[in-house]
Write a protein that binds this ligand. Structure first.
Ligand SMILES: [Cu+2]
Length: 440
């Protein structure tokens, strides 16, 4: 990591405000600096990011910095900090060791706070980033509103379905706006950093079948660009794509295709934005065939040292319980700094779940016994129904309380999560005592 010694400071004020998602359609949003999404936080690899959060909401909040390898105390979860009460201020401060597309979002009462707009993008630039003509961040979201454009509250059956499916609505947003038009110049190649900030929606990107190049994901650049015409982006995931060059006056859609994740509500093709290609201007873009090198963390046949089971089980009390290792809100065993982790994560349920690990990137060694198609650093990865993945990750020297969970917010809230501790064997202080009582 290059040391820049720069400090980049932002002030974020969380509050309730009116937000126009399209002309004549205004919602009562919760967000940062009176905008949905919150401001894009921009920095360079190696910078220190300082964010002062002022909470002017009617309830407590805190911010999680999704994908950033920071100190445990700055992770913004109830494991490591007290909720920031109304009227209080908290200063987050951490270094940015990795370049890429990250995001920040509330990690308190998330099914309400994130649904109402409490999220924003983070762009960390690197020296070796490919040169493109333009760089945009596109945050995908959807909101479930009633006929008065209030956030819809379901009755019994609807609530039960929302618990099962996750909350999905028909107000489809890119950067907080519905049905907007994006303009781009012909002859240009642009980097689009796409973040799925939705509660539960699986976004299967299509640009009317036009090919695009995938160049990066959660933990930064891929080794080489990959040409695709469709790309599944599950909640919490990021993908950076390069689009263009297009011809003058082309028009195409930025839309999601149907993806069946075995929910009650059936997914359908939906348009999020329309892209209008305007007059041609010269390009300075150059996309190399080789973007970076990703060293292998472990061989494919590395011995598994932990099993994690994600399951959905019938429950008398809730209808369904969402569990990790047979428990709701599991407390998993600790790991030690420097001990390579090889985890087998299985999804025994009949529906998809995006697995998210806080604070560390992992590599997929196998999915259902097969090697992955390409190497990547991930912090969120979709588990299809009745499937398993084998991942490797390294707990570097950032001891403390961490967690992993399903990134469908309603599943996380319903129990599909676990806490665990990263322990430094050489630390002078003994870790706090816990009951570790869940095993796959
Ligand atoms: Cu889930």
């Amino acid at each position: 990591m290059k040391q820049t010694n720069r400090t980049v400071e932002y002030l974020l004020e969380a509050s309730e405000f009116n937000w126009e998602v399209k002309p004549g359609k205004t919602i009562s949003a919760w967000g940062f600096n009176q905008q949905v999404p919150g401001p894009v936080l921009k920095a360079k690899q190696g910078d220190t990011l300082v964010v002062k959060l002022v909470n002017n909401l009617p309830e407590a909040t805190m911010i999680h910095w999704h994908g950033i390898r920071l100190q445990a105390t700055m992770d913004g979860t109830g494991e490591v900090q007290k909720p920031i009460e109304p009227g209080e201020t908290f200063e987050y401060r951490f270094e940015l060791p990795d370049a890429g597309t990250f995001w920040y979002h509330s990690h308190q009462n998330e099914t309400v706070q994130m649904e109402r707009g409490m999220y924003g993008g983070i762009v960390v630039e690197a020296e070796n980033d490919p040169v493109l003509d333009n760089d945009r961040i596109l945050l995908i979201d959807d909101m479930k509103l009633d006929e008065n454009n209030d956030f819809k509250t379901d009755k019994a059956l609807g609530r039960w379905m929302e618990r099962h499916d996750g909350r999905q609505g028909s107000t489809c947003l890119i950067n907080g706006k519905e049905a907007q038009t994006l303009h781009m110049h012909a002859g240009q190649m642009e980097r689009w950093r796409i973040v799925n900030a939705a509660s539960a929606r699986y976004f299967k990107l299509s640009l009317d079948g036009k090919p695009f190049k995938v160049i990066a994901t959660d933990g930064g650049l891929l080794e080489a660009p990959r040409t695709e015409t469709e790309l599944l982006i599950t909640p919490g995931e990021r993908y950076d794509i390069v689009v263009g060059p297009f011809k003058e006056w082309e028009v195409f859609h930025f839309e999601t295709l149907a993806y069946n994740r075995m929910t009650f509500g059936k997914s359908k093709r939906q348009n999020y934005a329309t892209v209008h290609v305007i007059e041609s201007i010269p390009s300075i873009a150059s996309l190399p065939e080789r973007l970076t090198e990703i060293p292998d963390l472990a061989p494919r046949n590395a011995a598994v040292n932990r099993k994690v089971k994600m399951s959905v089980n019938p429950s008398l009390k809730h209808g369904l319980d969402f569990k990790v290792n047979g428990e709701m809100h599991c407390n998993d065993e600790p790991v030690f700094v420097g001990d390579l982790q090889v985890w087998e994560i299985s999804n025994t349920s009949m529906m998809d779940h995006p697995f998210h690990l806080h604070g560390f990137f992992f590599q997929i060694l196998e999915e259902n016994g097969e090697a992955p198609q390409y190497k990547a650093w991930k912090d969120t990865y979709n588990l299809k129904p009745k499937s398993n993945i084998k991942i490797a990750w390294m707990p570097d020297n950032r001891p403390g309380r961490w967690m992993y969970h399903c990134h469908i917010l309603e599943h996380h809230a319903a129990g599909m999560m676990a806490n665990f501790e990263v322990i430094d064997r050489n630390a002078p202080v003994l870790p706090r005592q816990n009951h570790f009582h869940c095993h796959a």
